[in-house]
Every structure is written in structure tokens, then in C-alpha cells.
Design a protein around this ligand. Sequence first.
Ligand code: XBP
Ligand code: MG
Length: 228
Amino acid sequence: MIKAVIFDVDGTLAETEEVHRLAFNRAFSNAGLDWSWDQELYRRLLKVTGGKERIAHFLEIFEKPPMEAEQIGALHKAKTAVYTRMVEGGEVSLRPGIPEFLDALRERGTKLAIATTTSLPNIEALLSSTLGAHWRDRFVGVAAGDMVERKKPAPDVYDLALRLLELPAGECVAVEDSRNGILSAKGAGLRVIAVRSAYCGADDLGGADVVLEDCRGLGLVVLPKSDG
Ligand code: XBP
Ligand code: MG
């Protein structure tokens, strides 16, 4: 019996990565930098989770002049401001099947939590614009990248979500879209349902217990047949 479902955000609850990419590029150009991440490059850079870590990785592989952590932090803060404005403007919807799945879990009394690398303001922007101002009431716990020491693929963010839920991993399931996310959830001892996403669709999702092509089948996998 599954008592809680822990959701990744980017790529899982919503296809956000293209908006993240555009926000990075807008922040770069606002800062007078001539960097531009195209979709192919962004797919490669996504192997490093976390926006600040992704910028640092980009500087390293393209042998750009190094930046201080504070400069990267300021650039990333500007990117977060651009991203949240875009999301609040309604540019992103939840993936097809997610609203119905969240409602069905609520009706059944299953607890919900979030385990994501993304920054807290991004979660707030996405979930308030898609689920409404009271979205937080639906989730027992929200675990985000900057709340833990190590980002995915380390298990820290899922370990935190489990502590917030006060449940053992064996009674929960994670929903993820990326190989890094699967490794993170598995490292915390969770069963994992993987859903293919636009940016991580070519990832090796073989470590998951179940792989779905989209989110519409989630109810069939998680909910008992009587109410699924
Ligand atoms: C998502 C991420 C995030 C977003 C950007 O990974 O890696 O970094 O791309 O968010 P996952 P920030 O879905 O596996 O959690 O810029 O706020 O870090
Ligand atoms: Mg993801």
C-alpha cells in the first residue's frame, strides 16, 4: 500500500526546462554576456543538476574566465527572477494527466511531497499559477535543491522529503523524469516511476521500476483498480 507519492518538478510535473533555458539566456544577455545556450547544448548541460552548478560547469567546459561563487549566485538570482515572471505569466501548464492524478491521490488520502533540484521561488511560481494560491496545502513536504548539501543524483533531497513525510521509503514511490533523479530516489531506497520528458527523454531510465511514455498512465500504476 503506497502512503505517499514524491514528485520531481522539472520535466515531471511540468515541461519547464525550455523556459529555464530561455530564462538563463535572458539573464546572460541582461548581464552583458554573449553566451547563448541552444537546445542541444542545454540538453548536455542538464546532466549537471542545479542552475548555479550548471553555469559553473559551462564556464569549465568552454574554458571561460572563472567567476566567483557570488557572481554566479547573482547571475542565477537574475535568471530565477526572469523564470518566475515567465511562469507567473502562464507560460507553463502541468503535464497532461498530472492534475487528475493529484486530485485522485488527494481523494484517496495519499500524502504528497516534492523532491526537486529547482529553487523554491520556481516551485512557488509554477504551483501557484497552476494549482492556485493554496497549492502548499496539498503537499506535506517540499524539499528543494538549496535545502540540502548535495543535489541530485545524491539522495539528499529524497531523504529530506521522507523525513518531512515521516514515512519509510518502502511506503512511498517517487515520480521522476531523469537519470539523475532516478539515481537520487533509488539512493534513498524508493521505488521509482519514470515518465519520459522533452529534455530528458533520451536518458537511460533503466534504473526505474516502471517507465511510462507520459503522465497519463500514472493513476493506473499507483492507484488500486477500484479508484484508478
Ligand atoms: C532540474 C534542474 C534544475 C532546473 C533549474 O532537475 O536541474 O536545475 O533546470 O533550476 P530535477 P534552478 O528535475 O532533476 O530536479 O536554476 O533553480 O537550479
Ligand atoms: Mg526532473
